[in-house]
Design a protein around this ligand. Sequence first.
Ligand code: COA
Length: 441
Amino acid sequence: MPEIKQTPTASEPTTNGATPHSNGAESATLKERQTDAIPPPRGRYAHIVGWGYHVPEKVITNQDLEQIVDTNDEWIRSRTGIAERHVAADPKETSATLAIVAARKALEVADVPANKIDLIICATTTPEYLFPATACLIQDALGADNAGAFDLSAACSGFVYGLAMARGQILAGDAEYVLVIGTETLSRIVDWTDRDTCILFGDGAGAVLVAASEVPGGILSVDLGSDGSGGNTLIVPAGGSAMSTSLETVSSGMHYVKMDGKAVFRFATRVMAASTRKVLERAGYTTDDIDLVVPHQANIRIIQNSVLNQLKIPAEKVFVNLQKYGNTSTASIPIALCEAIEAGKLKPGYKVVFVGFGAGLTWAACALDWRTPVERQAAGWWKSTRRQATYSAAAARSMWKRAVRWVYDVLPDPETPGRDENPKETPETPIKETGGERIKE
Ligand code: COA
């Protein structure tokens, strides 16, 4: 793991992440408690120490969309800022395969092996299945044998929700390394005949590794919000328990995204600014302290209206890449973070805000005191080879476990006599392997 830098100017958050000036009394109580015999948590701060992203190769431009629906490049650019988006055209590319590549890159940047991960949080609106969780498929492909894994459903706010959960686990002392992923194949749930929605979305994945550390800084404050009364403004109506899949739901397109664009727009511009203000206040910062904002990449007008106009944060401090990817939902902030790092927009000591909104309705923001060095050191060939070998071993282990399960299934069961007289009526459901040839790096 890269050495996280400590600076004398860093504000000292307490165990619960609040800065001393935000709650001095609480800070004192916690200090007293720490003198007891209870062992201290593994690290009092949660830092992002690794990052990576991956998008499918296929690009669909606005001009391509002109051939599909009644739209035009000028309308899409002026109303949204989007010029093109990446789409998982290959059926073998799924939310899990995109996520696995992004996650491996994040682990490589952090130089942390997969077996050290304690928890994998996969934020997604396009999971592989209703269950099992996509996070578990990722766990299997990474060979993260010591990790818990779950999917997080908070739509486009999901990645920041995931960071908040990761920070909580770390500050509680329950985890040392948490992998947080946002991954989407929205092209699979978008109605390509609906010009209101199909122009907006794209596919991709981004991942970060969050680590416990004694160095002050990292994720200092979070704000999570929801308003379920607006649930119907952005929804996939069918496929859940409210409206299970049927011939009728499919023929009427109820398994596609439905959106009231204007209502979502109004909501987004309101909560982005309010949530940012909250996390700044909790971290003890003002808008003037901010060096970089990485907002959810949904629409350039939403970003201009909220971050630039309401918060008066100058455009050069706000990272935007939605023109290349469209709205990749949970993946948009981690992809933008990676590209901001590549573009040299993030340095140790920077005060950073991530802020997003999405279906639910939900919103989320967090403020960070970034301490991790961002310059990438080329990994030695032996490290890359060893890393690849561990992934091949993980795939082999996974196959072995499946084989053992199969053997147990076909062997006569001495404890249930007669069980094997009736052969299975339902064929085993195939879960596609994610660790093997489906992943294109
Ligand atoms: N191409 C061309 N014209 C289109 C079009 C398209 N793709 N989509 C809609 N139009 C038309 C409409 O039919 C309407 O025509 P009319 O005036 O003749 O009725 C006109 O353009 C204006 O449509 P309107 O819906 O008022 O546009 P808008 O300025 O509200 O922009 C969105 C629409 C969807 C871009 C905007 O509302 C938005 O971005 N909302 C937020 C969506 C979002 O971020 N969702 C994800 C949340 S995570």
